[in-house]
Design a protein around this ligand. Structure first.
Ligand SMILES: [Zn+2]
Length: 404
């Protein structure tokens, strides 16, 4: 099997297709270049088998669109925050770290990634944003960057360094967007911060997805942000008030507003699976399963950095290290998206179709890319994941190229 030579089609046949449109047996798909050019059921694929096509018999295995991760900080021992640093640690500086982190997630079915950055000094963020823009230019599987910090509530900062949290202003947001050169995809904002509701519409109009998160906001304040154009809730339940019977909070505001999608870290740790299930039912079709993974994803337990903070990973659970060395708050996850798929189906009662949709079409729609990503249909990107019997990843393609 070659890795997708230009002009040589890839044909996958005999699959059990599962995407937002439903399931189909005996499914086949043709990739030419970075696009899907034909799909069908049965034996019709044979007509495309000339020109030395790379023919893969799925033998009844499940085939899904590539997973889209809206929120991920790294993996394999590397963080995307290193994108802008060239400390000579590796030949290609920060870009090498990014590639190595992405390789972990690609092996677990994530074909398109938004690279999340934690709070840092503005100049450092500008360097990281510019570096991600360079990477996105050469790698179509990188969708751009997500500023998770610095516009966060100090009391809900999680694993963001309090020294680098600031209030938003139009000029600052413009400066950061300029550094990203059109590749800033997402910004998380605590809407109760001074100036926050002012920058939400400016970002939304510039095509940036505004997410409510790391916030003390009550239901009304969250709703005010949604009414001004925020369309996402950053890792629902985590780093925000939960649902109280007299204080509905931002999660209920997101559930109630059909325009809004909720991110969920479905790793069995960040949110109890039974509570995750409530959200998945209440906001059906509007929950995006993200990883929020940090450097330890796909790597060993031990000591890591998340931005400038120390994180200890024990049994795959990442926590900040407190001043006394005691474990502090949860600091990102070690999740991969195939694991989220398994938990969604085996622990939260989602159908395979709904779980796959939450990993593919829902996040694509948040980004306004649901006409390009998240479906196995002609005209869509040649992104696909072939699952094994245990619903791990047997093979994956991104933009027509074999990733694993
Ligand atoms: Zn976070």
């Amino acid at each position: 099997v070659h890795d997708g030579l230009p002009g040589v089609p890839v044909i996958l046949h005999g699959a059990r297709k599962c995407d937002v449109d439903g399931e189909a047996e005996g499914f086949w798909v043709v990739f030419e270049g970075d696009r899907i050019t034909a799909v069908g059921e049965g034996a019709g694929w044979a007509a495309y088998a000339g020109r030395g096509a790379d023919v893969v018999d799925a033998a009844g295995a499940v085939l899904t669109p590539g997973f889209v991760d809206l929120h991920c900080h790294g993996g394999g021992g590397f963080s995307f925050d290193a994108a802008g640093s060239d400390d000579g640690a590796s030949e290609r500086g920060g870009a090498d770290a990014v590639d190595r982190a992405l390789a972990v997630h690609r092996a677990h079915g994530t074909t398109r990634s938004v690279l999340s950055l934690v709070a840092n000094p503005v100049a450092a963020l500008e360097r990281s944003l510019a570096a991600v823009a360079d990477i996105a230019e050469r790698d179509p599987l990188v969708l751009g960057s997500h500023l998770e910090g610095p516009f966060l509530a100090p009391g809900r900062r999680g694993a963001h360094n309090p020294d680098f949290l600031i209030t938003p202003s139009p000029s600052l947001v413009e400066r950061l967007a300029a550094a990203a050169g059109g590749t800033l995809r997402q910004v998380t904002i605590a809407p109760e911060l001074p100036g926050a509701l002012e920058v939400v519409p400016a970002l939304a109009e510039a095509g940036v997805v505004v997410a409510v998160g790391h916030t003390e906001a009550d239901e009304e304040r969250a709703q005010a942000a949604f009414d001004r154009g925020a369309r996402l809730l950053t890792h629902a339940f985590n780093a925000m008030p939960g649902i109280g019977h007299r204080s509905p909070g931002p999660v209920v505001a997101a559930i109630r507003d059909e325009r809004v999608t909720a991110e969920l870290v479905l790793d069995g740790v960040h949110v109890h699976p039974d509570v995750a299930r409530l959200l998945l039912d209440a906001a059906a079709g509007r929950v995006a399963l993200i990883t929020d993974a940090m450097a330890a994803a796909g790597s060993a337990d031990g000591s890591y950095k998340l931005g400038s903070l120390d994180v200890a990973v024990v049994d795959g659970v990442a926590r900040l290290t407190g001043p006394d060395g005691a474990p502090g708050s949860i600091a990102g996850s070690t999740l991969t998206q195939d694991h989220a798929l398994r938990l969604a189906t085996q622990r939260c009662g989602l159908s395979l179709r709904d779980a796959v949709t939450a990993l593919t079409w829902v996040p694509a729609r948040v980004l306004g890319m649901d006409c390009q990503l998240g479906r196995l249909a002609p005209g869509y990107a040649a992104d696909a994941v072939l699952l094994n019997d245990a619903w791990g990843v047997r093979a994956a393609w991104g933009a027509g190229r074999r990733l694993v």
